[in-house]
Design a protein around this ligand. Structure first.
Ligand code: MIC
Ligand code: SF4
Length: 649
């Protein structure tokens, strides 16, 4: 078992109860929370439902960064609700235009050694500054704001030993792409990645944050860097030097597993369609045409990234066959670029400047044309996430992206006839906190603005004694929450569960056939229980609890798969859906869509570490006995029995 690691030090300091053994449940105190608008409305509605007058954390911040298209009144209705409920409950508010939650939190609020829980899966960005920063569903974040500890499995610590130094044109993005190549997106549940070794000191905080941000794609609980002199320099440059604390692993620290990466051997890499772990080197990808390049997202649009791109583009022109769009990650970044002239260089070179925010990363505009290649500096390329059904999205570093913007082809940036720009670490960032709104000391008289498009979280009933299930859908491996609950143009429905539920599993709807929502509602209305059958890594990706709430609303009671990803499994439990695992994977082949699955005495059968017996009933009446496992603790079981966490609190 690991010992003396940064991970253990921070967890020990925040330990509330549990078993400090890898794989066992523990609960930790949460110092800070963050929410974003697309998950935040539900989180605050849940907080209101818990009747919590004021948040009990050291700091909570509500960001608006995802849903900013404002096509129709829904988005703005959400923003007004979020701003007013933040003031009422003692939460800081970062309005639209201020930047992406993870970037702004790193700049203005993150503190080494603290714990941060965020209703967004890329909350681990905070690991770049030495925090234990974890993504979770909105309800878990609401509970943390209410002062409840956060439950997680005591982690195995994967130590990633970095040595050497990145060569010119190789980037922090290539480190995490390399690690995704090694570890893939599956099989890492319950682990935390900790970086150590001499190579760490060569990386600045924004570079480290790129690595911990995209570490979310590994399916680990989070990733963390030590807090050292670079961290101190970053905090000083953000005028927060006094918040620095040193966080280092002991000299004789031990990890559960060690992976070594020599930074000097890395080359420019890409995650190819349609998974962040489908890695190839740019060299191997040849010189196919690239039609679109987008530089942005919480992974790669820090000041350093955009300064690099601006320096490369200065005095040059984007290839006419390419559209280049740039979305700076924060107001700080945009304002600095505009004041130092780099914004002018980007515009003159032909870049289209987008609003600071998530934008195209979550399918809000800039969908690529059919059958064309798009290169993005983002962290996810799940099929269809761009808003184009059969998209060809590659994830690369800003270095590789700008090379393609110039040539119109996949280009190893080392082959550009350009000197690698030396971007110095910023000594003083431009600080302008005018747009971070502090809550009043006493928010009890603040009126909460709740327009007609803001619904309430739906209610669920207790788990029935007998699950009389029907398989509403059977899907394959690596089903992401983007498959389950598409975002993009539907994002504006996040506060309206009945409407949003209509597009659950939309990507699997065949023309002229009933949708998942129609089939599930028919099962529910017949007084039966819907079941989803998946395979490996079910529910990977985002923290969106809508991927549990909307199926719950449609009457889904059970999900059965080979493995269910951490945040999604927690969300299923929180909303009273039973997450079960095939004891014998061969049983997956025996079940088909529309089959009946019965679980007699479901309530009585649920017990820690004990399997659940069920039977598949085929249309001809034949029966197949199956055994299902689960990883639930007694607390989880109690929540599912009650029909979800809100029913318990
Ligand atoms: C994402 O990157 O998938 C999102 C959109 O930021 C999600 C949150 C959401 O669905 O609102 C995430 O990463 O958790
Ligand atoms: Fe926003 Fe994309 Fe980051 Fe998610 S991954 S928080 S959508 S920028």
């Amino acid at each position: 078992m690991a010992k003396g690691t940064v991970v253990q030090k921070i967890i020990d300091e925040h330990f509330v109860y549990g078993d400090k053994e890898p794989g066992k449940p523990v609960a930790i105190k949460i110092d800070q929370t963050l929410t974003q608008d697309a998950t935040g409305t539900m989180a605050y509605l849940e907080l209101e439902a818990m009747k919590v007058p004021k948040v009990k954390t050291e700091l909570s911040v509500s960001y608006v960064d995802h849903n900013m298209m404002q096509n129709g009144p829904e988005n703005r209705n959400d923003h007004l609700y979020l701003q007013s409920v933040a003031a009422a409950k003692g939460v800081y508010f970062s309005p639209p235009g201020n930047g992406i939650c993870h970037q702004v939190h790193l700049e203005r609020f993150g503190v080494p050694g603290k714990t941060l829980l965020g209703s967004d899966s890329h909350t681990p960005t905070g690991g770049g500054i030495g925090m234990i920063a974890i993504g979770a569903g909105g309800l878990d974040v609401a509970l943390a704001m209410a002062g409840e500890p956060f439950r997680l499995t005591y982690p195995k610590v994967i130590g990633v030993k970095l040595s050497g130094k990145l060569s010119p044109w190789c980037a922090a993005k290539d480190i995490i792409l390399k690690l995704l190549d090694i570890l893939s997106t599956k099989g890492n549940v319950g682990c935390i990645v900790e970086y150590f070794g001499d190579g760490v000191t060569t990386l600045s905080v924004p570079q480290r944050a790129t690595v911990t941000n995209m570490g979310a794609e590994l399916g680990v609980t989070t990733s963390v860097f030590p807090s050292d002199e670079s961290t101190k320099a970053f905090l000083e440059a953000q005028n927060r030097g006094e918040q620095w604390v040193k966080m280092q692993a002991d000299a004789d620290a031990e990890y559960d597993q060690v992976i070594e990466i020599d930074l000097s051997t890395l080359q420019p890499l890409a995650a190819c369609p349609s998974s962040p772990d489908n890695i190839n080197s740019i060299k191997e990808l040849g010189s196919a045409d690239v039609a679109q390049v987008i530089i942005g997202s919480c992974t790669n649009s820090s000041f350093r990234d955009l300064a690099l791109v601006a320096t490369v583009l200065k005095g040059r022109k984007v290839n006419p066959k390419v559209t280049l769009a740039i979305a700076p990650s924060s107001r700080q970044v945009l304002e600095m670029l505009s004041r130092n002239g780099m914004l002018g260089d980007l515009i003159a070179a032909g870049a289209r400047i987008l609003e600071t925010g998530c934008g195209p990363c979550i399918g809000q505009g800039q969908s690529p044309a059919d059958d064309t290649v798009t290169l993005r500096t983002f962290n996810r390329n799940f099929a269809g996430r761009t808003g184009t059904r059969c998209d060809k999205a590659y994830l690369v570093s800003p270095e590789t992206a700008v090379a393609a913007a110039l040539t119109g082809k996949f280009t190893d940036p080392r082959e550009l006839d350009i000197e690698y720009p030396n971007i110095e670490d910023v000594e003083k960032f431009l600080i302008n906190d005018n747009f971070i709104i502090a809550p009043p000391e006493d928010g009890s008289n603040v009126e909460i603005v709740r327009k007609r498009t803001i619904g309430n979280p739906p209610e669920n009933c207790e788990l029935p004694d007998k699950v009389d299930g029907q398989v509403v859908i059977k899907v394959g491996d690596k089903i992401t929450t983007d498959h389950i609950m598409p975002a993009g143009v539907h994002l504006k429905l996040r506060s309206n569960i009945p409407e949003y539920s209509k597009v659950v599993f939309e990507c699997f709807t065949e023309e002229g056939k009933p949708s998942f929502a129609e089939r599930a509602s028919a099962v529910r209305d017949a007084g039966r229980h819907g079941i989803i059958v998946g395979r490996d890594s079910y529910g990977q990706g985002s923290s969106r609890e809508h991927a549990a709430i909307c199926p719950m609303f449609l009457g889904i009671k059970v999900v059965i798969a080979f493995a269910i990803e951490r945040i999604h499994a927690a969300n299923l439990i929180n909303f009273g859906i039973l997450p079960l695992i095939f004891a014998d994977q061969a049983d997956y082949d025996k079940v088909e869509q529309n089959d009946t699955i019965e679980i007699e005495n479901a309530r009585g059968q649920l017990s820690v570490g004990q399997p659940v017996k069920a039977q598949i009933i085929k249309p001809d009446g034949s029966k197949i006995e199956i055994t299902l496992n689960h990883n639930m603790s007694q607390e989880d079981i109690d929540i599912v029995l009650a029909g979800g966490r809100l029913n318990c609190v």
